[in-house]
Design a protein around this ligand. Structure first.
Ligand SMILES: NC(=O)c1ccc[n+]([C@@H]2O[C@H](COP(=O)([O-])OP(=O)(O)OC[C@H]3O[C@@H](n4cnc5c(N)ncnc54)[C@H](OP(=O)(O)O)[C@@H]3O)[C@@H](O)[C@H]2O)c1
Length: 226
């Protein structure tokens, strides 16, 4: 594999993906909102750090123009946000809700759509959306988390369409749940170390091909309910 694009690579799961893929690809294209604050990423030799804010349509447009001629073998849509903690169901802020849907669903999907030619020029033609089991409607037994759940459900729904629309182009699309992981988002009580989650997801990504396009799977490769 030659080139990989990872969004939200300055910390958490995205950073470990960047560090892990650096050993097996030619160039890791890593995005961050603030490229001046990427000390860990800058330690990687074969890395290009690029600015991208998924909340900002113009930032997505500028980013896609900047990478226009670069073939991507794999696009790893990892960046995401979780702003639900302080939200009561009687006091949902529509602006914050829309922002979360933009960052977690509309942003990654429109970004990926704009990068179709980059994928067509790559060899592997794989797209991964880091989703969440919290986006599963079947699996919702505890309620709450309106912003995050709906944003990841929307992501899954749109990514499923993309997988069908791009199957004829041989572009494979996977929705992948990383597990509950000890990051800023997952918190210290989470079950998995970042390394456990990423190591397991690397196997899933490696064995994933067009025959499995449109699947929603756990970090260990098991199929998840919608
Ligand atoms: N941790 C878990 O337990 C868990 C469980 C299920 C799913 N996930 C998913 O896994 C992915 C990675 O999560 P994580 O745990 O590594 O979270 P994290 O440590 O909070 O990191 C989130 C990353 O997303 C970036 N990001 C946030 N808002 C952005 C925006 N508007 N535009 C571009 N990038 C933005 C952050 O950049 P800044 O540093 O600039 O904020 C950061 O690089 C997310 O999609 C998340 O939903 C995580």
């Amino acid at each position: 594999m030659k080139n990989i694009l990872i969004t939200g690579a300055n910390r958490g799961i995205g950073l470990m993906f960047a560090q892990s893929f650096a050993d097996i690809v030619n160039t890791v294209y890593a995005t961050a909102r603030d490229i001046s604050n990427c000390d860990e990423l800058k330690k990687i030799k074969n890395i290009e750090i690029l600015e991208l804010d998924l909340l900002d349509k113009n930032s997505i447009k500028l980013f896609c123009a900047e990478v226009k001629d670069i073939p991507f073998d794999l696009i790893l849509n990892n960046a995401g946000t979780f702003q639900d903690e302080q939200m009561e169901e009687t006091n949902l802020d529509p602006e914050l809700w829309l922002d979360e849907i933009m960052i977690n669903a509309i942003g990654p999907i429109t970004l990926t759509q704009k990068l179709k030619e980059n994928l067509m020029n790559g060899v592997d033609k794989k797209v991964i959306f880091i989703s969440s089991q919290m986006g599963s409607i079947d699996d919702n037994y505890s309620g709450g988390y309106y912003f995050y759940r709906t944003s990841k459900s929307a992501l899954n729904s749109a990514a499923k369409s993309l997988s069908i629309d791009w199957k004829a182009n041989n572009i494979a699309v996977l929705m992948l749940h990383p597990g509950w992981v000890k990051t800023d988002m997952g918190g210290s009580k989470a079950k998995l170390e970042i390394s456990e989650s990423v190591t397991s997801m690397l196997h899933v990504i490696d064995s994933f091909d067009i025959s499995k396009t449109g699947s929603f799977v756990n970090y260990d490769g098991k199929k998840l309910e919608w």
